[in-house]
Ligand binder design. Structure first.
Ligand code: DAH
Length: 360
């Protein structure tokens, strides 16, 4: 009898001391499991005399019931404590503002936005997009574009040259997107109507120049493409891009090795206010170079200049992005400062389209 009283007090103390569910389960198994202390007592009933069994049976079963009850009570108490402490810890302040979803918070870089705007405009006119490598051969960047060997125009580009390879050939970081004109003529039969957005590189760095910058090139080749077509395409582009109903353009004679004649294009603007306005005023701003593709360039692209002709143009993307969106310093484009991007960036789901508005 003493034995049972002692076992009960030990078990009661263990139950009291158990302070989580795993501990209480351990006590249960030690008492009521297959080899538990109470189970062993129950098993010993079989080997007792009938008299002994008569007194021990109810005593052991009583112990078993009381311990089972105590275990259940402790377990539910522990559960309540666990829930209370979780509720305390996982408190949520429902009055806090909701955090914006990633698609709401993310921003499109102004350069990407402007590339999307440009491609939307030219896609609407039936142009496709072409791309080429940033690391070019001297041949594609210069020679095939009718830059004579040793001609100063090569130097004008402030080229980043790689070390010469075993054949003595120097690769370059392309100084313009024009080499993709040649690559396209080599791989595509006319009629060709492409625009080529991409990164370009020159050794130059200040508030309006970055050693890596962006250009977009255009190329149209067929049997009749002419200067009048070119002027129309460029004028339509400028009106759509600057989102104005009309805009005067001025074409000035210029020189590029890959076009003949070559022209530089200014657009009408008004600089009298704080920001430059396009499509009004009496000032001019240069925005692109263009011309009729030089016969030597057509030949380099594998086309017969007696059969095909065309026009091309090239334009700096960074500068027109700065002009359109009033960003004063080009270097901020490449600083990867999220605060700047929050301010000047565009919402990812506002895709530029001609019908929905380019920058709306
Ligand atoms: N590649 C010239 C540059 O980087 C820009 C250019 C001018 C491209 C006239 C053309 C063009 O296609 O016809 O300065």
């Amino acid at each position: 009898m003493d034995d049972l009283v002692q076992l009960e007090s030990v078990l009661a103390a263990q139950i009291e001391a158990a302070n989580d569910e795993a501990a209480i389960e351990a006590v249960r198994v030690a008492a009521l499991g297959k080899k538990g202390s109470i189970s062993e007592k129950l098993k010993s009933l079989g080997s007792m005399s009938p008299e002994e069994r008569q007194s021990q049976g109810p005593a052991i079963n009583g112990l078993k019931n009381r311990i089972t009850e105590a275990l259940t009570a402790r377990k539910s108490a522990l559960k309540d404590v666990a829930i209370a402490s979780r509720l305390e810890k996982e408190k949520v302040d429902v009055s806090l503002p909701v955090r914006a979803a990633p698609a709401e918070r993310g921003r499109i870089h102004p350069i990407s936005q402007v590339v999307d705007e440009i491609t939307a405009i030219f896609a609407d006119m039936g142009f496709s997009i072409a791309e080429g490598p940033d690391i070019e051969t001297d041949y594609y960047n210069f020679t095939a574009l009718n830059f004579p060997e040793g001609h100063p125009a090569r130097e004008m580009h402030d080229t980043f040259f790689f070390n010469p390879d075993e054949n003595g050939e120097r690769r370059v970081l392309r100084t313009h997107t024009s080499p993709v004109q040649i690559r396209t003529m080599e791989s595509q039969k006319p009629p060709i109507r492409i625009v080529i957005p991409g990164k370009t590189y020159r050794m130059d760095s200040d508030a309006t120049h970055s050693p890596m910058f962006h250009q977009v090139e255009g190329l149209v080749i067929d049997k009749t493409a002419n200067v009048a077509n070119m002027k129309w395409v460029l004028e339509e582009f400028c009106k759509a891009f600057f989102e104005v109903p009309s805009l005067k353009m001025r074409f000035r004679p210029s020189y590029f090795p890959f076009t003949e004649p070559s022209l530089e294009v200014d657009i009408q603007c008004d600089r009298s206010g704080k920001e430059v306005k396009f499509g009004e005023g009496t000032d001019w701003m240069e925005i692109l170079g263009c011309g009729m593709v030089h016969p030597n360039v057509l030949r380099a692209g594998g086309l017969d200049p007696d059969e095909y002709q065309g026009f091309a143009w090239g334009m700096g993307i960074d500068r027109i992005a700065m002009l359109k969106y009033g960003m004063p310093d080009l270097r901020a484009f490449f600083d990867a400062d999220v605060r700047w991007l929050q301010h000047y960036g565009f919402r990812p789901l506002d895709m530029p389209t001609l019908f929905g508005g380019l920058s709306a």
